[in-house]
Design a protein around this ligand. Structure first.
Ligand code: FUL
Length: 490
């Protein structure tokens, strides 16, 4: 009896010591240090939105123009059946999280009854001058559980004072009306376009401004912050400060896409910056991610002549891969027609696009899969490969400090045909990965499927379909120990 007790006590002591040892070891493993710059909480939430929609709708919809001159008769704005709930429902079903409306485009026509201008919906026949499209959308968005953003064109071809200081006062008054009455807003869009000529209160002339200094954005942003604090609101412009332009309107961010950029090198209108905006820069000093804005049609506003040229679901899927699939956020424009509804062709494309997303990226073959990594930070289970397939975005695989190249193998249930591999970095601690490869096990050989560069918030790699049971991802270079929070295989 006594002997058994000793054996049992011995066994229990060994188990206890082992558990203690591993726990102490685990406690000793420090979380990786951040690699700066890192995103703010609001930027993180914005990354997670992934797909937002642009709504270009104004007097141009009725004059059949892309850029109104600013001399339009407000009586022309007369949609017969504005249906903001339809916009929200279609976009929500397709997976979009936020909508950004052109509250005022370059023509200066305000879609809300602004106190500060007569060039507005209040002087149109729409709802006998009592209409307010910004309010209609803000209500529909709240009801649908999506978020609202607004575009307020800095360039105003209607306003007599454009180009002088008093116009900036006017612009800020309009902006504060919008933020106060229709918030909370998730994003405000400051367009960098400035074509020069316009109506300007009847002068019909060309006006030049200095894009780098005229608008004094820091002061405007401070004013908005005093109404709706910055942590929740993000400002887009070519140069940030929170979100940058992608450098084209075709729907693609660079295959190499750093969220980092040094803003001194950027400002609206500066020539030669588009390629820098498209890729960001590895050693940029601030986190200013790229937003990929593109229209479902060739124009931004609705034109009947483009009804047969709506982008196909396949094209939208390609755009998804070259925006969201490269760590950017997609801002897809769908312009309501003259009735104020999305045209049936646009609706069909959106629905088809959603079907493709479901069919191609809907079933993750690596969910809860076993993952074996070549290095695990402090051999601590908290940083093990399985953190990438546990479906929890807050857990991640990490290597020891100083280990900047490492690999992991994902074992699927059995042989599967694979075409897309999705990876996500734990960007809360900064963007790190500079290059990686993907291979598939074929018999006893590894077949190279792809050699890529950055990952960032999300990277979806489209490979030639291959049948395999094991995928190997090798991080070949990283700024510091790589942190991968998610891997999916389709
Ligand atoms: C551009 C504008 O000039 C277009 O009309 C459109 O609004 C697009 C999103 O931005 O700079």
């Amino acid at each position: 009896m006594k002997k058994w007790r000793i054996i049992w006590l011995n066994y229990a002591a060994t188990v206890f010591c082992n558990v203690l040892f591993f726990q102490l070891q685990a406690q000793n493993v420090k979380e990786p240090a951040p690699v700066y710059p890192v995103p703010t909480e609001a930027q993180l939430k914005w990354h997670e939105m992934e797909m937002n929609a642009f709504i270009h709708f104004t007097i141009n919809t009725f004059t059949d123009k892309e850029w109104g001159y600013g001399d339009e008769n407000p009586a022309l704005f007369n949609p017969s059946g504005v249906d903001a709930p339809q916009w929200v429902a279609e976009l929500k079903n397709a997976g979009f999280k936020g909508l950004i409306l052109t509250a005022k485009h370059h023509d200066g026509f305000a879609l809300w009854p602004s106190k500060y201008t007569s060039h507005s919906i209040k002087n149109s026949p729409y709802k006998n001058g009592k209409g307010d499209i910004v309010k209609e959308l803000s209500d529909a968005v709240k009801k649908g559980g999506l978020k609202l953003g607004l575009y307020l064109s800095p360039w105003d071809r209607n306003h007599a004072d454009y180009g002088t200081g008093s116009y900036i006062t006017y612009y800020r008054k309009q902006l504060s009306e919008l933020v106060k009455n229709y918030g909370p807003l998730f994003e405000i869009w400051f367009d960098g376009a400035n074509g020069g000529d316009g109506f300007y209160g009847g002068r019909r002339e060309a006006r030049k401004i200095n894009g780098a200094t005229y608008y004094n954005w820091p002061a405007t942003i401070r004013m908005v912050d005093s109404i709706q604090p910055k942590p929740q609101i993000l400002f887009f412009s070519d140069a940030g400060p929170d979100i940058r332009w992608v450098g084209n309107e075709e729907g693609h961010v660079g295959k190499t896409n750093w969220n980092n950029i040094t803003p001194d090198t950027l400002y609206a209108g500066k020539s030669g910056i588009n390629s820098l905006l498209n890729t960001g820069s590895e050693n940029g000093t601030q986190w200013i991610p790229a937003e990929t804005d593109v229209s479902i049609r060739s124009g931004w506003f609705y034109h009947t002549r483009e009804d047969a040229k709506v982008k196909t679901p396949e094209k939208l899927f390609d755009i998804y891969l070259s925006s969201v699939g490269r760590g950017s956020t997609l801002l897809l424009n769908i312009p309501p027609d003259r009735t104020g509804r999305f045209h049936e062709n646009d609706v069909a494309s959106l629905r088809g696009f959603k079907e493709l997303l479901n069919r191609r990226l809907g079933t993750n073959l690596a969910k809860k899969s076993k993952v074996t990594a070549s290095n695990t930070r402090g051999k601590n289970p908290r940083f093990a490969g399985s953190a990438m397939t546990d479906g929890n975005k807050e857990t991640y695989w990490a290597t020891d400090d100083g280990v900047t190249s490492a690999s992991f193998e994902i074992e699927l249930d059995n042989q599967k045909t694979v075409q897309y591999i999705l990876l996500q970095e734990y960007i809360r601690l900064g963007q790190r990965v500079k290059s990686f490869t993907i291979e598939a096990l074929q018999g006893s050989d590894w077949k190279l499927l792809a050699e890529e560069t950055t990952i960032g918030y999300k990277r979806i790699v489209n490979v030639t379909p291959v049948t395999t049971q094991k995928i190997r991802v090798t991080i070949t270079a990283s700024k510091a120990c790589p942190l991968i929070s998610n891997v999916e295989v389709f």
